[in-house]
Ligand binder design. Structure first.
Ligand SMILES: NC(=O)c1ccc[n+]([C@@H]2O[C@H](COP(=O)([O-])OP(=O)(O)OC[C@H]3O[C@@H](n4cnc5c(N)ncnc54)[C@H](OP(=O)(O)O)[C@@H]3O)[C@@H](O)[C@H]2O)c1
Length: 287
């Protein structure tokens, strides 16, 4: 291991965050897992057969609460500097725009975007005084392309990617490296935690809601196991220089390659045709 880092990972109670926390702890780094519900995490830890002690420190906060974030980070900084922040907490809100309540849409941005802003704001003054500080923001390949029924999730992740890429240039002269991570589908609790407010299978958006219902448990052939994603992120932290963007999973890499090679009109055509076909198929199953 090159340099022992003190690393804060938000949303580290499950999935990508937890796997990354485990991997980095085993590499000898000092890891702090930001967890919103430690009781839920304890139960989960036992249910996955982990009888061993949790190998990292837990800090309880919800990223949407600036007050909780500030209090907890204040306490953590009294114990020592934090060299790496991995902004990972997030979830997916899915459904057709007209059927999504405004409050749900706002909550999606509150968590996926403003959560990152809250934690970054609380840590940046101390990070600017360190050498080689890192901020790694978990966006998504859906922060680069979009899919129907993803108006809330995709726009929140486009906002994360835009924020993160701008921050990279602002912070580089001040000694903080910023990297935007764009995972493809990773097999985590993401789909269990997905919010789908409309279950209306009739009406104009019925076929789309049927499509979501049929795909909600599927991760697909090209998806990546969570522990592999954790390994990739842990290796990223070890790098001396962080790339601007980093993709995890074959699907993310293929999508990225397509966006580089194909004209926008061709990509648009492919998504439109694919959507129309799926919509037609789902319409037939409702009748
Ligand atoms: N899985 C994928 O296919 C995929 C693909 C691209 C990007 N991503 C992104 O990767 C990140 C991690 O997701 P995952 O796949 O590992 O899903 P996950 O297993 O559901 O983990 C997400 C974690 O975020 C936490 N979280 C959600 N809202 C929070 C809040 N307000 N405050 C603090 N913690 C909060 C959850 O805590 P609770 O346990 O309390 O709910 C959970 O531990 C997310 O940003 C997601 O958008 C995932």
């Amino acid at each position: 291991m090159s340099l022992k880092r003190r690393i804060l990972i938000t949303g580290a109670g499950s999935g990508i965050g937890l796997e990354t926390a485990l991997k980095l702890s085993r590499m000898g780094h000092e890891v702090i897992a930001g967890i919103r519900n430690p009781q839920k995490f304890e139960k989960y830890w036992k249910s996955v057969g982990e009888n061993s002690a949790v190998p990292f420190q837990i800090s309880k906060f919800d990223v949407t609460s600036p007050r909780e974030v500030k209090n907890q980070i204040g306490k953590l900084l009294k114990q020592g500097p934090i060299h790496t922040l991995i902004n990972n907490a997030g979830y997916g809100l899915y459904g057709c725009f007209e059927e999504l309540p405004d409050s749900d849409f706002k909550k999606q941005f509150d968590t996926n975007l403003f959560g990152i802003l809250n934690v970054s704001r609380a840590l940046l003054p101390s990070m600017r005084n360190l050498e080689n500080a890192q901020i790694i923001n978990i966006s998504s390949i859906l922060g680069r392309i979009v899919l129907p029924t993803g108006s809330a999730y995709c726009s929140s992740k486009w906002a994360v990617s835009g924020f993160s890429r701008s921050l990279r240039y602002e912070l580089e002269p001040l000694g903080v490296q910023v990297c935007t991570v764009e995972p493809g589908l990773i097999r985590t609790h993401f789909k269990d935690n997905m919010q789908v407010p409309s279950q209306n299978l009739q009406g104009p958006y019925g076929p789309f809601n049927r499509m979501i219902a049929s795909e909600i448990k599927e991760y697909g052939a090209f998806s990546t196991p969570a522990n592999r994603a954790g390994e990739k992120l842990a290796k990223l932290v070890q790098r001396k220089r962080l790339p601007s963007n980093y993709r995890i999973g074959l699907d993310a890499k293929l999508v990225y390659a397509a966006t580089r090679i194909l004209p926008e009109s061709v990509l648009d055509f492919a998504v439109r045709i694919g959507t129309k076909q799926q919509f037609k198929k789902a319409s037939q199953t409702t009748n």
